[in-house]
Design a protein around this ligand. Structure first.
Ligand code: HEC
Ligand code: HEC
Length: 161
């Protein structure tokens, strides 16, 4: 009983090895001549520019909102956020301007009602980490062209100040 089982295992291993070798040989053929951003060889060093681009916004209050391109899009952050403190459980600087109680006085758009609890004042914890959805912008040319066009034709209305 033992011997046939061992033989079977050996045969299966050999078949697997041969299978792998043939698959990689047949796979590489149709893709030869295809170049990625790294070049034709996958091991080529990354061609992306090494220097980090600065975010393009200036201090809050000096730019227009960025037009949204689809319904339900979290609006992009038009202003700089580099100088703000990191969001922690006790400190969220974004709320100093965007919380319902502060927005009008700071001249900032009030965060959406979807972000608030039943009292319409406190931010729900699912919406507390603002920058997991709202991102600042860099003025960088796309590395690869694309034809994305949003379905919202007109820029969304400027939020109430
Ligand atoms: C000092 C006040 C202030 C702080 C702090 C602040 N903002 Fe703003 N924010 C503004 C103002 C004012 C605008 C309107 C655009 C402008 O003038 O830059 C704005 C615009 C926005 C918008 C665009 C809204 C829209 O409808 O298009 C988003 C998103 C936003 N801020 C997110 C954030 C996030 C995230 C943080 C924290 C990292 C933050 N803001 C911190 C004042 C502030
Ligand atoms: C889970 C994703 C998410 C998080 C986290 C989040 N937002 Fe939003 N935000 C959105 C979306 C999506 C919208 C578009 C309106 C809507 O449907 O809620 C929005 C809208 C806004 C607006 C524009 C309001 C308007 O009337 O058009 C502001 C300002 C804003 N958010 C600020 C913030 C701030 C400040 C925080 C952190 C306290 C935050 N958001 C956290 C997704 C998010």
């Amino acid at each position: 009983m033992r011997k046939p089982a061992l033989l079977l295992l050996a045969a299966a291993t050999a078949a697997l090895l041969i299978g792998c070798a043939t698959t990689s040989a047949t796979l590489s053929a149709p893709f030869s001549g295809v170049a990625s951003l790294r070049g034709a060889d996958a091991a080529t060093p990354d061609q992306a520019p090494a220097e980090a681009k600065a975010y393009s916004g200036r201090r809050p209050g000096s730019q227009q909102p960025i037009a949204r391109t689809y319904d339900g899009q979290p609006p992009l952050v038009p202003h700089a956020i580099d100088n703000f403190d990191e969001i922690t459980v006790d400190d969220n600087q974004c709320l100093e301007c965007h919380a319902p109680a502060n927005a009008a006085k700071k001249g900032a758009p009030k965060l959406a009602d979807s972000h608030l609890g039943a009292d319409r004042l406190a931010v729900r914890m699912e919406r507390y980490q603002c920058n997991s959805c709202h991102v600042p912008q860099v003025d960088a040319p796309p590395l690869v062209g694309n034809r994305f066009a949003g379905h919202l034709k007109a820029p969304s209305a400027a939020p109430a100040r």
